[in-house]
Design a protein around this ligand. Structure first.
Ligand SMILES: NC(=O)C1=CN([C@@H]2O[C@H](COP(=O)(O)OP(=O)(O)OC[C@H]3O[C@@H](n4cnc5c(N)ncnc54)[C@H](OP(=O)(O)O)[C@@H]3O)[C@@H](O)[C@H]2O)C=CC1
Ligand SMILES: CC(=O)N[C@@H](CCC(=O)OP(=O)(O)O)C(=O)O
Length: 347
């Protein structure tokens, strides 16, 4: 078994990750960590997330920030489900031993250091690690992920957006004079577990936020290879993302070519489901899937494609497990779906 720990395990993404790892046939859930002064230190994960009461009984251990190197040598695999700043500061030590690191934060996703000051509010100080990190878009970067010792697991909106757009971009269908327009709605769990006024029950009502300035815009553009307009929205539901994306295609592209592009990208992939109706959030919530459906207007050359994911699973925890599976030589979907033919979350 591959000895695994999760740092940031009390949070939403970390807890979902613990559930997947606990049921995984090859990864052993050996320890769970929270910050040194965590209010949840010493509690059992199943006590603070009672969905897993008596199911996940490991305690949440406060991390010893002065001895991170010991984690790097004690574990084969470390998942970081921590704030960007914590991942950034801890990474040099966590990468100093044998452990392979899957970082769910945004601290190592972007290659251009300047982006961090502008979009993340801190200056990046780990240039070498930034250049070594592999972007863990699991359905597209398999070969790089298999070799990586540090994987930067993509953000939730970029996962939904890139899964929809990459087949079009790879086939040269996108018309560069018109930017892809991405409108996406996320459930409130996207903002994490910490209490905040803007995400409290009585305050949340469907609204745009981060307009023309969200940190996922440079992430999507970098890995699409083209600028985009990205507008996130906060919705009054718990989990899931629905992204509706409008693109102008090159003259002459046909509906048949579009279908062929999506099918050749995802036909043998049990995680990305090419749907025959418009996906709903409820179809993917609590699953590791990304569901896609599109419609093309040959008159105007515009395509509308919808992408639906669970922000905490395909947008965070289950994609991190896809990356870990690839890195350790397993099928990408191991421990996530029962088989290539039977599509359902193993829970
Ligand atoms: N929520 C989502 O949809 C997605 C989240 N992500 C990323 O995954 C990471 C985790 O997100 P999420 O689970 O939502 O966040 P939460 O706020 O729910 O959880 C954060 C976790 O990190 C711990 N933590 C907080 N501050 C520190 C610190 N200074 N040092 C160490 N640990 C700390 C928290 O525990 P405690 O304070 O008790 O120590 C908690 O376990 C973030 O980087 C986020 O950006 C990525 C994709 C999607
Ligand atoms: C609803 C909501 O607040 N969502 C988060 C996205 C969470 C996520 O994917 O992202 P990172 O790992 O990049 O933080 C946001 O917009 O900041």
């Amino acid at each position: 078994m591959i000895k695994t720990c999760i740092i940031g395990a009390s949070g939403y993404a970390g807890a979902d990750l613990a559930n997947i790892i606990q049921h995984h046939p090859e990864f052993e859930l050996a320890a769970l960590y929270v910050s040194a002064n965590s209010a949840d230190a010493g509690k059992l994960l199943g006590d603070i997330h009672p969905k897993w009461f008596n199911q996940i009984t490991l305690p949440l251990t406060p991390i010893d920030e002065s001895n991170l190197g010991s984690l790097a040598n004690n574990f084969d695999l470390i998942f970081l489900a921590t704030p960007h700043e914590a991942s950034h500061v801890w990474m040099p030590e966590l990468t100093s031993g044998k452990a392979v690191i899957m970082d769910l934060s945004g601290a190592f996703r972007i290659k251009n250091k300047d982006v961090f000051e502008q979009f993340y509010g801190f200056a990046h100080t780990a240039s070498d690690l930034l250049s070594q990190a592999v972007y863990g878009l699991a359905d597209w970067h398999q070969e790089q992920i298999k070799q990586a010792d540090l994987v930067a697991v993509p953000g939730c909106y970029p996962t939904a957006s890139l899964t929809a757009l990459k087949p079009l971009q790879q086939n040269g269908f996108l018309e560069s004079a018109h930017l892809p327009i991405i409108n996406a709605v996320s459930g409130v769990s996207g903002a994490g577990r910490k209490a905040a006024l803007g995400t409290s029950f009585t305050e949340v009502s469907l609204t745009a936020y981060g307009v023309l300035g969200h940190r996922h815009q440079p992430e999507i553009s970098e890995y699409l290879g083209a600028p985009v307009i990205f507008t996130p929205h906060l919705g009054n539901f718990k989990r899931g993302i629905l992204a509706t994306i409008t693109v102008k295609l090159q003259d002459g592209v046909t509906a048949e070519q579009i279908s062929a592009a999506y099918e050749s990208s995802y036909t043998n992939n049990p995680i990305v489901r090419l749907r025959n109706t418009w996906p709903k959030i409820d179809d993917v919530a609590n699953t590791p899937f990304c569901d896609l459906f599109w419609k093309f207007d040959p008159e105007s050359g515009y395509l509308v494609v919808t992408s639906a994911i669970d922000n905490l699973l395909k947008g965070a925890a289950s994609q991190a497990v896809q990356c870990a599976n690839l890195r350790f030589g397993f099928d990408s979907h191991l421990g996530l779906v029962a088989s290539k033919l039977q599509k359902g979350l193993v829970n």
